[in-house]
Design a protein around this ligand. Structure first.
Ligand code: 2DT
Ligand code: MG
Length: 219
């Protein structure tokens, strides 16, 4: 529509525990937008293709060990090296869809015992997502899905601790940026059912574009 040309693209983040179907849903959303001729770009975090991303990849595959603080800062640095491109694309009317973001950074590091305030700090002033969809699955349902992979963090004990931290992250987002910035979505049901649930929440924001400047995380 003509009004969308004066508006910027939407910055949409997906978060959730392993095996919640997050990456599947992100892929389907991007495919749908491509089909509709809508300009959209997928941004995965960690972005394992950069120099920093390769260090993160080695850590996740347990090919490298690293201090908890050091790897936390590398995950954040990996977002900062992508921040300018995200901002530029949004300003050019492109919808940016991120598979994980700073919220995973906080939840996973805090689950290891790092202080919550320390975990928040390095992502301060990154582009603020217009909405974060947090995909939820009851633990009993999750355990019936296919087995965990072999990467670091893919155990029931760690996922349980991460779930608890995501609850604190949700509170922080709502407190600092407003209730509408963090939306829980049930990931129960078929792939198609979850896809329609998600589309119902995002359709207006994506097709209309977003009015106003890009916010800054935690600011
Ligand atoms: P994927 O399986 O989605 O590639 O994630 N992680 C992710 C962190 O610990 N900190 C972060 O900042 C981010 C973005 C979550 C790989 C793992 O990396 C964790 C799972
Ligand atoms: Mg994974």
């Amino acid at each position: 529509t003509s009004s969308s040309s004066s508006r910027r693209g939407a910055f949409i983040v997906f978060e959730g525990l392993d095996r919640c179907g997050k990456s599947t849903q992100v892929d389907r959303l991007v495919q749908r937008l491509d089909r509709d001729g809508h300009k959209a770009r997928l941004q995965k975090f960690p972005d394992r293709t950069t120099a920093i991303g390769k260090m993160i990849d080695a850590y996740l595959q347990s090919k490298a060990e690293m201090d908890d603080h050091a790897i936390h800062l590398l995950f954040a640095a990996n977002r900062w090296e992508c921040a300018a491109a995200i901002r530029r694309d949004l300003e050019n009317g492109i919808t940016v869809i991120a598979d994980r973001y700073a919220f995973s950074g906080i939840a996973f590091s805090a689950a290891k015992g790092l202080p919550f305030e320390f975990c928040l700090q390095p992502d301060t002033a990154l582009p603020l997502p217009d909405i974060t969809l947090y995909l939820t699955l009851p633990p009993a349902v999750a355990s019936q899905r296919s087995a965990f992979g072999v990467e670091r963090y893919e155990t029931v004990a760690i996922q349980t601790a991460v779930r608890e931290q995501f609850g604190l992250v949700a509170n922080e987002v709502k407190k600092r940026h407003g209730d509408g910035k963090w939306v829980e979505v049930s990931a129960e049901g078929s792939i198609e059912e979850v896809e329609e649930r998600i589309w119902g929440l995002l359709e207006g924001m994506i097709s209309g574009g977003v009015d106003g400047r890009i916010g800054e995380l935690w600011v």
